[in-house]
Design a protein around this ligand. Structure first.
Ligand SMILES: NC(=O)c1ccc[n+]([C@@H]2O[C@H](COP(=O)([O-])OP(=O)(O)OC[C@H]3O[C@@H](n4cnc5c(N)ncnc54)[C@H](O)[C@@H]3O)[C@@H](O)[C@H]2O)c1
Length: 318
């Protein structure tokens, strides 16, 4: 397998340009690459252009050129044509095994031999998606966080037939174009970060459902407490600071037994009952306090950009 050099990627194919695909397109454009965009929905070109235009002011704050270079955007009505001239593919079609396999079957004869094909899939196994494909060794998961043009994390994992070199390549490529990519050593449903979120959210649902706290107070507890620290250092490094002079070793000795007893007491019921769902929905609607989804998205993005700018500035000083 002879892959194009990660730093030589000039053109990325975006297959599926909904919430995630359009955001990926904005990301790659903002990092000076050209994008070949395909989506089967009629009128997708106008929708994608509008999304990129609305995302651009934020991207400029993060270092993108002043104007969008329209000449770097090409729209296709055939996925095979879209991949022919690219050096990397980011597929973001619907989260459905049959749809993705059908799409990949259309790429067999078109995907250049030196190109890695990444799926944004949140929960599907790449082993299932790549089975029997020509070039299966170059299929990986490159799972972003919404919105990919702002949140740096990408989770990279290969399947049974993926070459280790394709995973290494993807890590180098993403890290070289403004993303923070991590390696997942073996496939597990939900990859890594969503499993961490799911573990926390399971307990959030349990606490609300059993009346320990309101929906709003659960959210305040995270975003005004540990969530602030988690944006700076992960939970493991943070534990190192909880142990005083003895660091993580002391923290484990000191807090380990208490943590184990809390784990034993955590909610274990893995279902969201109707009553729990009703409480959550009513609680979130009260917390939104009349702010529309658009208002909340704008608020989240503005704060996120300010946080990213601050982190880049401060880490640049270190
Ligand atoms: N939304 C998220 O928060 C999120 C986060 C990370 C990863 N993902 C993953 O990204 C992928 C896309 O999710 P999304 O939220 O953008 O969905 P979406 O519904 O917003 O977009 C899907 C796009 O795929 C197009 N499409 C329809 N049929 C298609 C086909 N046969 N082939 C290719 N494209 C087709 C649709 O027209 C649409 O534009 C999924 O695999 C999902 O798991 C989503």
């Amino acid at each position: 397998m002879n892959l194009v050099k990660p730093e030589a990627v000039e053109r990325v194919a975006i297959l599926g340009a909904g919430t995630i695909g359009a955001s990926w397109a904005a990301h790659f454009l903002s990092h000076g690459m050209a994008v070949n965009i395909w989506d089967p929905a009629p009128g997708f070109q106008a929708r994608v252009r509008a999304f990129i235009a609305s995302a651009w002011p934020a991207l400029r704050r993060l270092g993108a050129p002043e104007a969008i270079d329209e000449s770097r955007m090409a729209f296709f009505d055939d996925p095979a044509q879209a991949v022919r001239t690219c050096q990397f593919v980011q597929e973001s079609g619907p989260e459905n095994t049959e749809i993705k396999i059908e799409l990949y079957s259309r790429l067999d004869d078109a995907l250049p031999d030196d190109v890695v094909m990444a799926s944004s899939s949140s929960g599907l196994l790449i082993s299932e998606l790549q089975a029997g494909r020509k070039g299966a060794e170059r299929y990986i998961i490159g799972h972003p966080f919404n919105p990919p043009h702002l949140v740096p994390l990408v989770e990279v994992v290969g399947g049974k037939e993926t070459a280790a070199a394709a995973v290494d390549w993807a890590l180098e490529f993403y890290n070289g174009c403004g993303k923070k990519a991590i390696r997942i050593n073996r496939e597990v449903p939900g990859h890594l970060a969503n499993r961490l979120q799911a573990a926390m959210w399971r307990e959030a649902v349990h606490l609300v459902d059993t009346g320990v706290a309101s929906v709003e107070d659960v959210d305040i507890a995270v975003s005004y407490g540990p969530g602030l620290r988690w944006a700076l250092m992960g939970p493991n490094l943070i534990l190192h600071l909880a142990g005083g002079d003895g660091g993580v070793r002391h923290a484990i000795e000191h807090f380990g037994p208490a943590l184990e007893s809390w784990w034993a007491d955590l909610g274990k019921e893995p279902r969201i009952s109707e009553a729990a769902a009703d409480k959550l929905i009513a609680g979130v609607e009260a917390e939104a306090a009349g702010r529309s989804l658009e208002d909340l998205t704008r608020e989240r993005d503005q704060l996120l950009i300010s946080l990213l700018e601050m982190l880049a500035r401060e880490r640049g000083k270190a």
